[in-house]
Design a protein around this ligand. Structure first.
Ligand code: FAD
Length: 304
């Protein structure tokens, strides 16, 4: 079996074009008597997108500065090309942001929409619910992270409740009028869970935005009680650093070219993962990884 060389690996990782450019660049610096300093790439965020990018740039001739939430980026000085942190600034040639989302519209109810592990909390509370209780899932207007998530969650809850609490109800109050894979899911819910799962779209009063509206949706009963679980998924927009540094537009999200993950607002910047916006962006972990790979490839090509 053929052993993979580092160059083979780069070709696989970054695509033939980028690896070819890197090889030419390496040859050029080898003949130069004073090698150039490695270009500096600042990466803001330590989530899925940032980690994918760092792994895709492994082996490329760049210097990576990873900026995490423990010592966060406070601002970006575009004129001086520096990241501003507490007590220091970091120079960059390119900056990649993967800072995720910020949550808004807090109505004082517990929130279980941080990451994939958040579902455990809702499941735990649903299992403690009294017989015939109601789980209310509130879906904000798109976009939000993991767009198919609320419906996947409803389905998983129904799968468990149909055994342990068969008279329970799951009511999805949705600020949208459709959802991914809608026809198949509605059909599946009807066949397997009967009337347990009910979807209320915006046109039928599904858009709820306040504690009073939650209370009304529960038939006038308080939002916290043994007979109810409220899963209030809040409004979201790109994380704060993107909005204070001019990378987000009026929608609150960061427009990018989906082929390269380059920002459409600032040159030298890439936005990957949930904060990025383009038509149909699914805001999933898989997409964050793909964005990271695209940004890595574009960085290598543009700096060669
Ligand atoms: C309930 C739920 C379930 C999900 N389930 C799935 C699933 O099953 N499959 C799937 O594909 N996707 C799923 N997702 C989506 C997935 O979690 C996200 O798409 C993914 O985490 C996005 O990665 P990211 O790098 O953009 O952001 P994140 O992973 O959120 O990382 C962002 C990081 O940046 C940090 N940060 C923010 N601001 C700064 C700053 N100024 N300086 C430094 N660091 C900063 C944050 O603290 C955070 O650590 C789910 C999401 C949720 C909410």
């Amino acid at each position: 079996m053929k052993t993979l060389t580092r160059r083979d690996g780069l070709r696989l990782l970054l695509g033939t074009a980028a690896a070819g450019v890197l090889a030419r660049s390496a040859a050029a610096s080898a003949v130069s008597s004073r090698p150039r300093a490695a270009p500096r790439i600042a990466v803001i965020g330590d989530g899925i997108g940032a980690r994918a990018l760092a792994s895709d740039l492994h082996g490329a001739r760049v210097r990576l500065d990873m900026i995490t939430a423990a010592d966060p980026a406070l601002a970006i000085d575009w004129g001086r090309k520096r990241i501003v942190k507490k007590g220091e600034t970091l120079p960059f040639d390119r900056v990649v942001l993967s800072p995720g989302v910020a949550y808004g519209g807090d109505i004082g109810l517990p929130m279980a929409w941080r990451d994939a592990s958040s579902e455990k909390e809702i499941m735990r509370r649903a299992l403690l619910m009294s017989e015939g209780g109601v789980v209310l899932i509130r879906v904000p207007r798109r976009p939000y992270r993991f767009i198919e998530g609320p419906y996947v969650r409803a389905e998983r809850l129904a799968g468990v409740l149909s055994y342990v609490n068969p008279r329970a109800k799951i009511r999805i109050f949705d600020a949208n009028n459709d959802f991914p894979d809608q026809a198949r899911r509605l059909d599946h819910w009807r066949k397997h869970f009967g009337a347990m799962v009910e979807w209320i779209p915006a046109v039928k009063g599904g858009a709820i935005r306040s504690r009073a509206a939650v209370r009304a949706a529960l038939g006038g009963r308080p939002a916290m009680g043994k007979g109810y679980v409220v899963d209030y998924i809040p409004e979201q927009k790109a994380a704060r650093i993107t909005r204070t540094s001019g990378l987000a537009d009026a929608s609150g999200w960061c427009p990018i070219d989906p082929r390269s993950a380059r920002s459409l607002m600032k040159s030298d910047a890439y936005v990957i993962g949930d904060a990025a916006s383009w038509d149909g962006a699914p805001k999933t972990a898989l997409q964050a990884r793909l964005d990271g790979a695209k940004a890595a490839r574009d960085i290598c090509l543009s700096l060669a």
